[in-house]
Design a protein around this ligand. Structure first.
Ligand SMILES: *Cc1c(COP(=O)(O)O)cnc(C)c1O
Length: 410
């Protein structure tokens, strides 16, 4: 057995994993198309009919996203945070309303609620799937509850059948934050279109990326038209150039970003397939290692797109080797991984300093989110775009650290 790399030994890997983002000839072509077209923005395209053959990349991307999700409408915007803000305002979420959300997500899943003047209420997550827990949602419902923000964490669909049942029972709107879950499927159906509005992000780490970008899908004309107008400074949908009917923002995307996202989408299927194959293989390799709890899938998840590969690390089963040292040792062996969110959303100063509600209480109400934050390990999805041998290296590096616990434990 060779010495651990963190102690000066030979690392398991010196070769890097596949890089992200990945670029091909089509990406180059579409960017040059836009550059030379002289049409760099959305311009006056505010919902009026577009002549066939004169669609821009923004139009094509919206069409593709709607097709993939079998949704009536698709709107492409400047980023995922903007898409979530637009969703809240389009659904008419208002001051004083309560909106239930997972505490284990990026901050934007909850700030959209604050932007609308509403109150985020955090429900706990499931310890095995890391997604919002349906019983915890039900316990959090009050007569002020108006909506639920569901996150498909890491690219794994949340339990949409039960969540929609609850939403119907209590007459709640559902916003799906599918920033991690573009193309993921639950019960054979793409996520993002189970609820009222689904939101996506094309930020640089995401499975579809153009640096910055976002989108929303919906089957409701009124939500689509309202979101479209709001993202164009409140311009009347299908109306005149200087005709503004409501207070909006400029949340428009450029044609460059749309073209790149459009091009990236053309190869998502083969990438998804590879990520799934490798993740399933890695699950098998890791499942019997003590103290490594691979994140589980609900039986109705038909496609997990693995934006993040996750497991929990139980230091008690590793003779007290801290997660920090474990990660450092793996990184030294050439395995990219990190701890993920340091704490649940509600422990951000934004929430702890809030006067309107005591967010400190959620530490007690969300024990699973707390535990996941203290035990989580994340591997970025590009690691899964490698070979089977790359997965063996990950597992071998973990086993190597396990055999040498006593040499690095402090
Ligand atoms: C990335 C992300 C967002 C926000 O998207 P941006 O495009 O970065 O604004 C929202 N929710 C989740 C879960 C995300 O990971």
């Amino acid at each position: 057995m060779s010495e651990l790399a963190i102690l000066g030994g030979q690392p398991i890997r010196t070769k890097s994993f596949p890089k992200w983002p990945q670029v091909d000839k089509m990406d180059e072509k579409v960017l040059l198309d836009v550059l030379h077209s002289g049409k760099w923005g959305r311009g006056m395209d505010n919902g009026r009919r577009i002549r066939k053959g004169s669609e821009t990349y923004i139009n094509k991307l919206e069409g593709t996203i709607a097709d993939i999700h079998k949704s009536k409408y698709g709107l492409v915007v400047s980023n995922g945070t903007a898409a979530l803000d637009l969703a809240m305002f389009s659904l008419g979420i208002n001051e004083g309303d309560e909106v239930i959300v997972t505490p284990y997500s990026y901050i934007a899943s909850s700030t959209c609620i604050l932007q609308a003047g509403a109150i985020p209420v955090f429900a706990d997550v499931d310890i095995d799937t890391w997604n919002i827990d349906v019983d915890s949602i039900e316990k959090s419902i009050t007569d002020k509850t108006k909506a639920i923000v569901v996150v498909h964490f890491g690219g794994q669909p949340a339990e949409m059948d039960k969540i929609m049942e609850l939403a119907n029972k209590y007459n709640l709107k559902v916003i799906e934050d599918a920033a991690h879950g573009f193309g993921a499927e639950y019960d054979g159906k793409p996520v993002g279109i189970f609820g009222d509005i689904g939101c996506f992000s094309f930020q640089e780490s995401k499975n579809i990326t153009c640096g910055e970008g976002g989108a929303l899908v919906t089957n409701y004309k009124s939500y689509y038209e309202k979101a479209h107008s709001l993202h164009m400074t409140g311009r009347v949908f299908g109306g005149q150039w200087y005709e503004h009917s409501q207070l909006g923002w400029n949340y428009r995307i450029t044609q460059f970003q749309a073209a790149l996202a459009y091009s990236q989408i053309q190869r998502i299927d083969s990438q998804d397939e590879l990520r799934q194959l490798n993740a399933q293989y890695l699950n098998e390799l890791l499942k019997d290692i003590p103290g490594i709890e691979v994140t589980k899938s609900n039986t109705k998840v038909t496609k997990h797109v693995y934006h993040i590969y996750t497991f929990r690390y139980d230091q008690d089963k590793w003779d007290g080797l801290s997660r920090r040292r474990f990660i450092m040792a793996l990184n030294a062996e050439g395995i990219p991984c990190h701890k993920g969110y340091s704490y649940p959303i509600y422990k951000n100063p934004l929430f702890l300093n809030m006067k309107t509600k005591d967010y400190g209480q959620f530490q007690k109400l969300c024990p699973n989110a707390e535990r996941i934050c203290s035990e989580s390990i994340w591997l970025p999805h590009n690691v899964l775009l490698g070979t089977k041998k790359d997965m063996d290296d990950i597992s071998n590096a973990i086993l190597k650290v396990h055999k040498n616990i006593n040499k690095i434990r402090r």
